[in-house]
Write a protein that binds this ligand. Structure first.
Ligand code: NAP
Length: 221
C-alpha cells in the first residue's frame, strides 16, 4: 500500500481552513491519474471526503479504456474510512465501486441509508480497524491500494506500519499555519521515528516529486 500526497514547500497538504488547495500542476495531476489506473483501490479518510468531496475516479478516458481492455473495472474501488458513517448521501465518491468502511458503533440508520448507495464493510468497534480491513481486502484480491490522504488517515497507516511507499509532490508554494494539516498529523512520534529510504527525486512542473520507501521496522502490533 502506498500514500500519494501533494504538499507545499513548508509541508502543508491544505490550509488552516482545511479546504482543498491547488498544489500540483498539470503534469502531477496526470501522474496521479495514472497511479489510480494502476491501483486496485483508492482510499481516503472521511475528513477528506467532507473537506474536498473528491470523486476519486480516473479522469483520462484512455486510461479507463485501457483498464476495461484488461478486463478490469473502469475505475479502481473507492474506499472511505468513515467509522461513524458520516459520509453525506450526496458525496461524489458514492455509487457502484465505492466501499464505506464503518465501525460497529456507527448508527444503524446511517449505515442502512448509505448501504443503498455503496457497499458497507463493518470493521472495528469504535474506529475502523485498518489492520483487519487490509487483511480482508487482500483476501478479495485488493492488494495495490493508493491512499490519497488526509493527514489523520496517513498518520494511522504509518503508525501501524502498513505503508510500503510514500510519494510526495512538493509544490512551489507556501501555505503556513500551525494548524494546517501536514502529510501525517495524529499524535506524532516521540521516539522510534520511522526511517525512509529515498528511491527517486524528479522535477515536475514547478515542483519536485519525491518517492520514499518505508524501511522495515517493528511497530509493535
Ligand atoms: P482524513 O485523514 O481524510 O480523515 C480522518 C478521519 O478518518 C478520522 O477523523 C476518522 O474519522 C476517520 N478514520 C476512520 N478510521 C480511522 C483510523 N483507523 N485512523 C485514522 N482515521 C480514521 O482527514 P484530515 O486529517 O482532516 O485531512 C483532511 C485534510 O487533508 C483536508 O484539508 C484535505 O484538503 C487535505 N488533503 C490533502 C491532500 C493532498 O494531497 N494535498 C490529500 C487529501 C486530503 P471517524 O472517527 O469519524 O471515522
Amino acid at each position: 500500500m502506498f500514500i500519494n500526497s501533494a504538499m507545499s514547500a513548508d509541508g502543508k497538504i491544505s490550509s488552516v481552513q482545511r479546504t482543498q488547495v491547488r498544489i500540483s500542476g498539470k503534469a502531477d495531476l496526470a501522474r496521479v491519474d495514472a497511479l489510480r489506473a494502476e491501483s486496485d483501490a483508492v482510499m481516503i479518510g472521511i475528513g477528506t471526503a467532507l473537506a474536498d468531496d473528491p470523486g476519486l475516479r480516473i479522469k483520462s478516458e484512455a486510461l479507463r479504456r485501457a483498464r476495461a481492455e484488461m478486463s478490469l473495472s473502469e475505475n479502481p474501488l473507492r474506499i472511505v474510512a468513515d467509522s461513524r458513517a458520516r459520509t453525506p448521501a450526496t458525496a461524489k465518491v458514492l455509487g457502484p465501486g465505492c466501499i464505506l468502511v464503518v465501525a460497529e458503533s456507527a448508527v444503524e440508520e446511517r449505515r442502512d441509508c448509505l448501504s443503498q448507495l455503496c457497499e458497507i464493510i463493518v470493521c472495528g468497534r469504535e474506529k475502523v480497524d485498518l489492520v483487519e480491513l487490509f487483511a480482508r481486502l487482500a483476501q478479495r484480491g485488493v492488494k495495490r491500494i493508493m491512499v490519497e490522504g488526509g493527514a489523520t488517515l496517513n498518520w494511522s497507516l504509518i503508525k501501524l506500519g502498513l505503508v510500503d511507499e510514500i510519494y510526495v509532490y512538493v509544490g512551489a508554494t507556501i501555505i503556513g499555519g500551525e494548524r494546517a494539516p501536514t502529510l501525517a498529523d495524529g499524535d506524532g512520534f516521540r521516539e522510534n521515528f520511522p526511517r525512509l529510504m529515498l528511491c527517486s527525486v524528479q522535477q515536475l512542473d514547478e515542483g519536485v516529486l519525491i518517492k520514499w520507501r518505508l524501511q522495515a521496522q517493528d511497530m509493535g502490533h
